[in-house]
Design a protein around this ligand. Structure first.
Ligand SMILES: Nc1ncnc2c1ncn2[C@@H]1O[C@H](COP(=O)(O)OP(=O)(O)O)[C@@H](O)[C@H]1O
Ligand SMILES: [Mg+2]
Length: 290
């Protein structure tokens, strides 16, 4: 399954889209909330039920010990998003943006763990990469999780069909293409995820930004409000427009990623085999509360 990174030029619905995709996937799925500006799911959808003792920040210390410790910490910091079923999991993000600097050395190793989850444990992996900040045309080393974007099978820029969103996103396309060509899996990894708000339709957005729209998510305020702020699960949640389109989107991503046939990682490498052994237990045992 692919590792799909989602980001935006400005708050466009990245976290909502990442949650919808994770909730809608037909396969076991994992959401890694890696927005350096801080995570919002813990205080939002989860309404503060999960303490700061769980989440991304704790992986930095484990990574300093070694890759096996990181894989173990990763497995024990995942939180089930589907009660006890354990097929949908989340790694919650930073509680304080000041923690981002501590993560900059951890992103490459975390990326390996996410790819093992995708390739060996067959998880559909989504990364919330937040808002992309550039510095001298390059992805900012601490304000973005750049190594996750470089290694992702797909990098999606979430964009709304509004003039404001198109104007801001336009400036990101070229540097991001260059970055993915020079440091990533190639410029072909880049695509758009259109959130249907505003007057511009899919073909107009693709034309304006000179990039393909790989999936469309509908404007669905009720479902989005639940994913953003939590509370009572809305009636018909699983059949809501947002979840139904998200399900289709996950299928499209799989096909597109498979077509690209990017095999950045050598699945036979010793390190990956070792990580796969640790992470394989997830499929049977579960994470923090699985
Ligand atoms: N598809 C959608 N339909 C309706 N509202 C949405 C949709 N996606 C996002 N929103 C709303 O837009 C706001 C920002 O969304 P969020 O996912 O937090 O953006 P980001 O993570 O890019 O900052 C939230 O209030 C959210 O409920
Ligand atoms: Mg967000």
């Amino acid at each position: 399954m692919p590792v799909t990174c989602i980001a935006s030029a400005k708050s466009c619905g990245v976290t909502t889209a990442a949650l919808a995709l994770t909730m809608a996937s037909a396969r076991p799925s994992l959401l890694a909330e890696c927005d350096p500006a801080g995570g919002t799911i813990r205080a939002g959808l989860l309404q503060g039920q999960v303490s700061a003792g769980y989440g991304l920040y704790h992986l930095a210390a484990a990574d300093r010990v070694g890759p096996v410790e990181l894989a173990n910490a990763f497995a024990s910091h995942l939180w089930p998003l589907d009660g006890q079923a354990g097929h949908r999991r989340a790694l919650f993000g930073l509680t304080d943006p000041a923690q981002a600097a501590a993560l900059s050395r951890t992103w490459p190793a975390l990326s390996d763990v996410l790819h093992v989850m995708a390739e060996s444990a067959d998880y559909d992996v989504f990364v919330d990469a937040g808002r992309l900040a550039l510095e001298a045309g390059r992805l900012h080393p601490t304000l973005t999780p750049a190594p996750l974007l470089y290694k992702a099978d797909l990098v999606l820029l979430a964009v709304r069909g509004t003039e404001q969103a198109l104007t801001l996103t336009r400036h990101l396309i070229r540097p991001l293409r260059t970055e993915l060509e020079d440091n990533g899996t190639g410029a072909g990894a880049l695509g758009l995820l259109l959130i249907e708000d505003g007057p511009f339709r899919s073909h107009q957005v693709a034309e304006a930004l000179e990039a393909p729209v790989l999936a469309v998510l509908p404007w669905d305020p009720d479902t989005a409000a639940y994913l953003t702020a939590g509370g009572k699960v809305p009636r018909g949640f699983a059949r809501s427009p947002l979840l139904r389109y998200a399900r289709t989107a996950t299928e499209q991503f799989e096909v597109i990623a498979a077509r690209r046939q990017v095999h950045q990682h050598d699945p036979a490498s010793q390190a990956h085999t070792q990580l796969a052994g640790i992470l394989d237990r997830l499929a049977h045992r579960g994470g923090a509360r699985g």
